[in-house]
Design a protein around this ligand. Structure first.
Ligand code: PMP
Length: 760
């Protein structure tokens, strides 16, 4: 016959001298826990264990609690002996129990978090840790538990339980950061016995004071600073003023138990590590069939905090914590001055910087970049970091492959063929060969050589305001450069065609542009200068985010095909899903070019570029002279390339570019209705342009510069471009969110109002 809980508890409590009157089950995952009220209305905590493997831990826990009590730490449960003077009662072969004094009060909630309470929390935690440091237990030190941050890898192996790729990547990012910055260092920090789980549920509050800490079941022998990191994680999750509240706690803790600078400097990463353990653990529990609804409620604050953590600079947090413990922070002013000086002396001045006061960057996470002062910038500009800055899939590919093999394409290795196959699967069957290189410039340069070799001709056609690279050949086909400041004008053997721009363009239709282009090409041929190729972007980036007039490229390709002139499409800026509706921008125009130039986003910052071409063009190039690129297609690059493609798919980044880009374009277009200075909003996906004009409809370069700096002063990165430098360019990492788009548009709106006010 099965006993009722009341009867069972009566059996257990019969071993003690108390006279139970009522009981209430409490939460607990290792033991069954009960709040027992005795006949004189005093409360007790009864812990019942059904698993004998937990007994050594229970014994250690009792020993530590007793030690703490003996040494004056009273705000914790006191183990109570049974009638035989034992702290642990063996009820039968499978059942053990412990009785403890009960800490009265309520668990910590947001309402409790006053300055006084946080000070009391910090001070009491430190006082407890001071004593606990002498309560070393072999049993505890030997435990390898996922809740001990030293064993974060035990959580890492379960990361795939987080099904949503966009959430998993954030956790992977923080695990990566932890490993890179804290992973080795934590082993060298002072270790101590710690509670290791001072979360809000384990902190009992009385009248604006801490009544006690409960649940020592996760005790660990670990770096002392973990205690602080864990308490801070939960304080910050609860708090509406997280940094201030965290600092109050740290200062109070530090006043009792002085922390070391090297410990404080790791806190940002340790807090991130604890968040990772928490969300992975929830995901795993869901996987194992636990109460999904309960988990989802309890994990929500952790996710919110994780996103907040991602969007805030580690430096800002670290400096705040250093100040809270009276340690000196790095002085970025002197550092910056020294580095600026070095740059000015050693780096040629032709290499320019963005903004009147350039930004000194320190670190980055996905769509956020952090400067040395701890400011965080929303990155709406850097299309190289296509899948997000410091994406863990890329850092893993680089670090893993570079430890195994990095060599050149004169040897066989699997990743070259694997990546080529994966990349070419994004192209129609006619584009079946790929040359790997290391920069967009090297790729466009090679594409021109390929065209010249294939046709036996020299002359290249390009489009007004286009940019294709920094080699001599690249500059020759880049009116943006040769017609720009310092440029020496068009070179011989180049045919420049007008940019088929519909808004404020030279002509009003694709047909007009086409007729004009054909006539110029025919004229060139008639004068003995047949074309080797035509290079263009489907949306002109440097031209000011100008989509070529619909129909132009298609008509042009038909015309070129008849003359057997290869069309080279430069997808360096527009490729890899950025335009949302298609993977490549040329696809919008229903053409299949003979060559495609790839770069920037291909390696997410790792130097990786390519020319994809037809078999005929590739074969014609093999005339006996070897083509060799020392780095092109090396195993590390190939692994990076594969990782980037995988992430684009897993995280649905093309779709995100379409959705968020579409949303942002709508928002910008609504702004344009109220601001006549916005002449045109254009582009596709997350490749957008906002053309600014004066009252009389002329390009407004001054306003564009003002807005660019206005946005920068409000921590948003954007740039300007176009023939008159009057177009705001928006081309962020593809993980940009609707909230990011709103932030951009809000600040842009304020910037335009501000400019109107000052009559700029
Ligand atoms: N083509 C286009 C369209 C570009 O925008 C660029 C770089 N801005 C290049 C080619 C050259 O690429 P890289 O800087 O990697 O040499």
């Amino acid at each position: 016959m099965r006993l009722s809980t009341t009867d069972k508890l009566a059996v257990y409590l019969n071993h003690y001298t108390i006279e139970p009157r009522s009981y209430k089950p409490l939460a607990g995952y290792i033991s069954e826990n009960y709040k027992v009220t005795d006949s004189s209305d005093r409360n007790w905590l009864l812990k019942v264990y059904q698993d004998s493997s937990e007994i050594p831990n229970a014994i250690s826990e009792n020993m530590v609690l007793n030690y703490l009590h003996q040494h004056g730490v009273v705000n914790i449960s006191k183990p109570i002996t049974n009638k035989h003077g034992q702290y642990l009662t063996a009820v039968d072969d499978d059942t053990y129990c412990r009785l403890l004094s009960y800490i009265e009060g309520s668990i910590m909630t947001q309402q409790h978090m006053t300055t006084e309470l946080l000070q009391d929390f910090g001070a009491k935690a430190a006082k407890m840790d001071l004593v606990m440091g002498n309560a070393y237990q072999d049993q505890v030190a030997a435990r390898r538990d996922k809740w001990n941050l030293l064993y974060l890898t035990l959580s890492k192996r379960d990361i795939d339980c987080i099904r949503e790729a966009n959430e998993r990547k954030i956790v992977a990012y923080f695990l990566d950061q932890y490993e890179a910055i804290a992973g080795d260092k934590v082993h060298l920090l002072r270790h101590s016995m710690i509670h290791n789980d001072l979360n809000d549920q384990n902190v009992i509050i009385g009248d604006n004071v801490i009544n006690g800490f409960i649940d020592f079941g996760d005790m660990a022998y670990a770096p002392l600073i973990f205690e602080v990191a864990i308490a801070l994680t939960y304080i910050m999750m609860l708090s509406s003023n997280p940094i201030v509240d965290a600092c109050t706690f740290i200062t109070a803790y530090h006043n009792e138990l002085p922390l070391q600078k090297q410990e404080v400097k790791l806190l940002y990463y340790l807090i991130a590590g604890r968040l990772c353990t928490s969300v992975i653990s929830s995901a795993k529990a869901k996987d194992e069939g636990a109460d999904t609804e309960y988990i989802m409620i309890s994990e929500k604050p952790a996710w919110k905090m994780m996103r907040y953590w991602m969007s805030i600079s580690p430096k800002k947090i670290t400096n705040a914590f250093l100040r809270a413990t009276c340690f000196q922070t790095d002085d970025p002013v002197t550092l910056t001055a020294r580095r600026e000086n070095r740059r000015q002396t050693l780096i040629p001045s032709a290499i320019k910087m963005s903004y009147k006061n350039p930004i000194h960057m320190h670190s980055a996470a996905f769509q956020y970049m952090h400067d040395v002062y701890g400011n965080t910038y929303l990155d709406a500009y850097n299309n190289v970091s296509h899948i997000g800055h410091c994406h863990p899939a890329v850092t893993a590919a680089i670090s893993q492959q570079s430890r195994i093999l990095n060599t050149n394409s004169r040897y066989h290795y699997d990743s070259l063929g694997e990546y080529a196959e994966q990349l070419l699967s994004y192209f129609p069957s006619s584009l079946s060969r790929v040359f790997f290189l290391n920069s967009g410039s090297a790729a466009s340069d090679l594409s021109i050589r390929l065209a010249q070799n294939f046709t036996g001709k020299k002359k290249m056609a390009c489009i007004e305001s286009g940019y294709h690279g920094n080699t001599q050949m690249g500059i020759n086909v880049s009116p943006y450069k040769y017609n720009g400041r310092g440029g020496s004008g068009i070179a011989p053997q180049i045919l420049e065609l007008p940019l088929a721009k519909l808004y404020h363009g030279e002509m009003s239709s694709a047909d007009d542009y086409l007729a004009d282009a054909k006539q110029r090409i025919a004229h060139s041929i008639d004068h003995g200068q047949a074309l080797a190729g035509f290079i263009a972007e489907a949306i002109s980036g440097c031209g000011g985010q100008v989509p070529l007039a619909p129909g132009y490229l298609r008509g042009m390709h038909q015309y070129l095909s008849k003359l057997q002139i290869p069309l080279i499409i430069d997808e360096v800026q527009t490729g890899f899903g950025r335009i949302g509706s298609h993977f490549w921008a040329y696809e919008m125009h229903e053409v299949i070019p003979e060559m495609v130039v790839l770069g920037k986003p291909m390696g997410n910052g790792h130097p990786l570029a390519a020319v994809v071409c037809t078999q005929d063009i590739a074969e014609a190039f093999d005339n006996g002279m070897e083509f060799f690129s020392s780095f092109g297609g090396n195993p590390v690059s190939c692994e990076v390339g594969k990782a980037v493609l995988n992430v684009i798919e897993e995280e649905g980044l093309r779709q995100n570019a379409m959705e968020i880009g579409g949303y942002m374009k709508e928002q910008l277009s609504s702004l344009a209705k109220f601001h006549l200075s916005i002449g045109d909003v254009r582009g596709h996906g997350l490749f957008l342009g906002v053309e600014l004009i004066t009252e009389s409809g002329k390009p407004d370069t001054k306003l564009a510069q003002h807005i660019k700096h206005y946005l920068k002063d409000r921590y948003i990165l954007t740039s300007t471009d176009g023939k008159y430098d009057n177009v705001l360019k928006i081309k962020p990492p593809l993980c940009f969110t609707a909230a990011n788009a709103d932030q951009y548009c809000e600040v842009l709106k304020d910037g335009l109002a501000d400019a109107a006010h000052y009559n700029l």
